[in-house]
Design a protein around this ligand. Sequence first.
Ligand SMILES: *Cc1c(COP(=O)(O)O)cnc(C)c1O
Length: 423
Amino acid sequence: MAEKTFPLTYARLKEVVRKYPTPFHIYDEHAIRQNIRALQQAFAWAPWFREQFAVKALPNPRIVQILHEEGAGTDCSSLAELYISEASGVKGTEILLTSNDTPADEFQKAIELGAIINLDDLSHLDFLEQNAGLPEVLCFRYNPGNLIAGNDIIGKPTEAKYGLPEDQLFEAYRRAKEKGVKRFGLHTMVASNERRVEAFALTAKLVFTLAVELKKRFGIHVEFVNLGGGIGIPYRPEENPVDLPAVGEAIHRLYDKIMVPEGLGDVGLMTESGRAMTGPAGWLVSTVIHEKKTYKDYIGLDSCMANLMRPAMYGAYHHITIAGKENEPCDHIYDVTGSLCENNDKFAIDRQLPKIDIGDLLIIHDTGAHGSAMGFNYNGKLWCAELLLHEDGSIELIRRAQTLDDYFATLRYDGSVMHPLGK
Ligand SMILES: *Cc1c(COP(=O)(O)O)cnc(C)c1O
């Protein structure tokens, strides 16, 4: 069971809303720190362990800074995310660029920062060398093909655009070594929102076995194995969180069995978790602005799928509570909608909730990862603000809401005469 809580009292929330109008995402610093500490605890047995926070989950420098204070590095997959890492004080090989179909400027920035580069194909090795040079530390992303089943979010490995099959992977390491690269890691990422211990153990078993093979075939002693992200969270109250201590123990057993006897007992471990670090530590707060009764009862919010796309994109469940009505019976059935002109702009369909009134503050849970981050401007809908609740109870605005002026900014170019807000 996962208890769905919110870190502010109703009275405090009303105060906050007076200062920062809805909609906004609010993140809980304390919860984020607890989440990374629990992950580090599960891998405390390893020679060394580092969480490379997947910046795409919550690309805000203040959040990355907090995780960095806890010892995290970053996992980036765009130029912007590399700049966010730099701005947050993350340095050199604490940064990992997980590339796929990556343009030259991203490789160049990663090389400039001294980041570890994680390549997605053998052909990218030459591309990287020609366009940016080779990094100090290189790794390749393994795609295990039909050895792993996959799920709805990440799909089947055989259908996935990511990573190299085993034979190509060996060839890639051989070629990289030939080109003079001396320091290596090994990467895979095959899970998404996964909560089963066995799934993480299977991934570890596959990559540990490969690490041994790399040593045997080419004398390549990898410095780390990166198990990727994909650690799930219980979006539904009846679901259980991942048993991280059990994941850590299962991987520890495999490490002792597969790696240690082959002289690989000094290899460090990495994860690149996004969702499990910040997901449950974020909430989207909106005001109810309309109620409409037609074939169904609709509750209309001042936010929309541009602020949280997961329900529309994956049919994902996000728990909803009404501030101040936490203990009232859920005896009404509503569709909770946003204002975007798409019928899938619904945060919930046929959801049992307490009676909702216009003006109520509606809280959507678990929006701290892949929430605001997936924001977009379709239909001219704007990004909302992001707030950070500090451990001392104070609140910091860490991203202001986008304005029409921001939205129209790209219409202001040389010779432009059609700017909707005038000059
Ligand atoms: C998206 C992504 C992650 C983070 O996934 P979570 O499900 O948020 O843990 C990590 N690594 C890579 C390469 C990714 O694309």
